[in-house]
Ligand binder design. Structure first.
Ligand code: PHE
Length: 354
């Protein structure tokens, strides 16, 4: 057989072989055997070298043509095998309609919302009612009626945002409430006695650093009735501490000064790590150092405040307390964050941990 005939025979045989192939692996083996660098075609082409100069162009062209025929048959077989493979895979994948569905991821309330709910529930159980009072309010309710006359230096402690609004002749400027104590006189003016109020709201101060955010939340308790004493305040505080933080926690009052309460206190809670002793295995407690953690302010409502609320201080007395929701919640959970602002960044990696 001359070279031309052998080329044609090769192409024919390759086409027949390819037709019988059942797998992609086998097809690849055949491709290497026919078209590979050391395959049959390459072997035949070596014969070109000995062809005469007149024959060579014709033989070269023929060789090319055969090569393309062989390649084409491989390509179509490859295509056919792939189509068949995916069809049989699909046929094997039956849908099981009885399989349980995928649950959508379930979120939860923000930590602060959860804390607010929990705090309200604890006070509601003992007869307090959650009230709402303005978060943008007159100077009068934020300061003046709380026994802090205009320009009184005590006001400096509440780094206040003033709102650019017309000044009221009777109530002064408008402020973003720097504490929830504005709810005290507002609640008294509603005119219902006795008062058992829990006021939880946003509060604003000109502060922003690792331990302060300009917007935070406070909760404010106000209890006004006949013959209310500091003992009642203690009882309510202990109730709250034990319900919120755990049955072994206790409160401690330290003398302090607020203009709107007299006497005034700072309230501490016994440390949950060392149980108020300040010591863990003979060493200083690393959480509190002295056995107590500072929480917030409280006191017996100042007579001037009762008067501003239209209540006769000779007949009625009361106590008030108030402090930050965020701080209280973090203390309970033992959450230590380097930067409190993370609470409001809405980074799910943080929030999903709770
Ligand atoms: N309003 C005070 C504060 O923001 C706390 C306080 C509330 C003190 C009620 C006494 C009574 O610091």
């Amino acid at each position: 057989m001359d070279l031309a005939a052998r080329l044609e025979a090769l192409a024919l045989r390759a086409e027949q072989d390819v037709r019988t192939v059942a797998t992609l692996e086998r097809l690849e083996e055949l491709r290497v055997a026919y078209l590979g660098r050391k395959g049959e075609l390459a072997e035949l082409l070596k014969g070109l070298a000995t062809a005469t100069a007149e024959e060579r162009p014709r033989l070269g062209a023929l060789a090319n043509e055969m090569k393309q025929r062989i390649e084409a048959s491989f390509a179509s077989a490859d295509q056919a095998l792939r189509t068949a493979a995916s069809a049989s895979q699909l046929a094997g994948e039956k849908e099981d309609v009885t399989e349980p569905g995928m649950r959508p991821p379930q979120g939860h309330l923000h930590l602060v919302s959860e804390a607010i709910r929990e705090i309200s529930a604890i006070f509601e159980k003992i007869g307090f009612t959650r009230t709402r009072h303005p978060e943008v309010d007159w100077d009068h309710f934020a300061f003046e009626a709380l026994n802090m006359p205009k320009d009184h230096p005590a006001r400096d402690e509440w780094e206040t945002f003033f709102v650019d609004a017309p000044v009221s002749e009777t109530h002064g400027k408008m402020v973003l409430t720097p504490h929830t104590s504005n709810g005290q006189v507002r609640e008294m003016l509603r005119g219902e006695l006795p008062i058992r109020m829990i006021n939880i709201a946003k509060t604003y101060r000109r502060q922003s650093d690792a331990t302060h955010v300009p917007m935070f939340h406070q909760f404010e308790g106000l209890f006004v009735d006949k013959q209310v004493s500091i003992a009642h305040l203690r009882g309510i505080l202990d109730h709250f501490f034990q319900a919120f933080f755990g049955p072994t926690r206790r409160s401690r009052l330290r003398p302090f000064h607020f203009r709107f309460t007299e006497p005034s206190f700072e309230i501490d809670i016994s440390c949950g790590i060392c149980d108020g002793t300040g010591l863990v295995d003979g060493a200083k407690c690393r959480v509190c150092k002295r056995g107590w953690l500072e929480l917030g302010g409280a006191g017996m409502v100042h007579p001037n405040v009762l008067k501003a609320g239209g209540i006769d201080p000779d007949v009625y007395s009361g106590f008030a307390f108030g402090w930050g929701v965020e701080r209280t919640y973090m203390m309970k959970e033992g959450i230590k964050v380097d930067d409190i602002r993370i609470l409001y960044k809405n980074d799910l990696r943080f929030l999903q941990q709770f």
